[in-house]
Design a protein around this ligand. Structure first.
Ligand code: ADP
Ligand code: MG
Length: 247
């Protein structure tokens, strides 16, 4: 069996205005990510990594090119449909954690689950399980100010993973962390791919995370310069909705 790609992007072009000129940041990128793979996107600062992830995840419309995610043509959809798609299928983890200062760890995760339509009781139970998964049961009732950087990122991971997303996007998730916390984060991303068959796309500068990659893509000046598979190709084929039944 061959794995069905989770994301297929072709001919992505994105330009930004720089003064009166237009600068191309993505210059015709073809990209594909598979269920069960951790795909690391590496490359120098300014090479277009964050722009690529934003285009792949429905956050930033490219000027040209197509993105098919879970079989759907993303950029032919309305803004509302894109919002719904992201809520149902995408988990995001960013460098800055993006936690609400006033909420406890449990509340940060439960709030998102409530948005997906779960009852308060189910959201709480699922949030507790997701936080337990990242080893944060002793920190359920603490707020971000009372958590270390590594713990904050684990809350952000629990929040992203609690809804069992098919697609996980991480943009430099370890760059604010010490080495050991960074390895834990990479391990948790890897588990999302291996245990649940999520397609994980992770932008990183950190060469130590290469150990967790199945594939490394190197972006330079808006183009893919290298696409190297490290692990064996995934045999796991998972219907995109499989994890969602009963949710
Ligand atoms: P990377 O994540 O690889 O560091 P980015 O994708 O963030 O690179 O950015 C690539 C280039 O595009 C940079 O030169 C950046 O300044 C520029 N850029 C990114 N976003 C915008 C924007 N919203 N407006 C103008 N220029 C932008
Ligand atoms: Mg970036």
């Amino acid at each position: 069996m061959t794995a069905v790609p989770a994301i297929v992007a072709t001919g992505l072009v994105k330009r930004f205005k720089a003064g009166r000129a237009q600068v191309a940041v993505l210059k015709g990128v073809d990209f594909e990510a598979r269920h069960g793979d951790v795909t690391m996107v590496m490359g120098p600062s300014g090479s277009g990594k964050s722009t690529l992830v934003a285009a792949l995840s429905g956050l930033l419309k490219p000027d040209a090119g197509q993105v098919t995610a879970l079989g759907q043509n993303l950029w032919s959809r309305s803004a509302e449909e894109l919002d719904r798609f992201r809520l149902a299928h995408c988990g995001f983890i960013f460098q800055g954690f993006n936690l609400f200062p006033a909420l406890t760890a449990l509340e940060q995760v439960a709030v998102i689950l409530r948005h997906t339509g779960l009852s308060a009781r189910d959201a709480r139970a699922r949030a507790e399980a997701a936080l337990d998964d990242v080893g944060l049961t002793p920190r359920l009732h603490q707020r971000p100010a009372e958590l270390s950087g590594g713990e904050k990122q684990r809350v952000a991971i629990a929040r992203a993973m609690a809804k069992a997303p098919d697609l996980v996007f991480a943009d430099e998730p370890t760059s604010a962390l010490d080495g050991e916390s960074g390895q834990v984060v990479a391990y948790l991303l890897q588990r999302a791919a291996k245990d649940r068959g999520a397609a994980v796309v992770c932008v990183t500068h950190d060469p130590r995370l290469e150990d967790y990659a199945d594939r490394i893509i190197r972006l330079e000046d808006g183009r893919i310069r290298e696409d190297r598979r490290i692990g064996p190709a995934p045999v796991l084929v998972r219907h995109p909705r499989a994890a969602r039944s009963g949710a």
